[in-house]
Design a protein around this ligand. Structure first.
Ligand SMILES: [Zn+2]
Ligand SMILES: [Zn+2]
Length: 109
């Protein structure tokens, strides 16, 4: 069974697309990334953004010496791919400390 976005303004889109799940324990609530960002009650936070340099061509040292002499191949050795990794936290309105903190303030005021 596909996860459904809990805050989608358009019911037809609830089950469509990739969702992220509430980070709290086994909470089954899920949201589209865009919905989580746009909805104030849903906590969405990028915890970590890592950019890794991946060297596609990494020949053994003997070959590297040979290639250093061969200047024509030097450009190919520079092939580097950047890979971005995101670690995100998503919290549904029930588990979002920000929205529950607002709730507490509202109630005590
Ligand atoms: Zn949605
Ligand atoms: Zn939750």
């Amino acid at each position: 069974m596909p996860q459904k976005c809990n805050v989608c303004p358009k019911p037809a889109q609830k089950a469509v697309g990739a969702k992220i799940q509430c980070s709290k324990g086994k909470c089954p609530k899920a949201f589209h990334v865009t919905c989580a960002i746009e909805n104030e009650e849903v906590g969405y936070e990028v915890l970590d953004e890592v950019t890794n340099d991946v060297v596609l061509v990494d020949p053994p040292s003997e070959q590297r010496d040979a290639n250093a002499i061969n200047a024509a191949n030097a450009g190919e050795l520079q092939l580097i791919k950047k890979v971005k990794k995101f670690s995100v936290s998503c919290l549904c309105p029930q588990h979002n400390p920000v929205s529950s903190a607002c709730l507490v303030i509202t109630q005590s005021a």
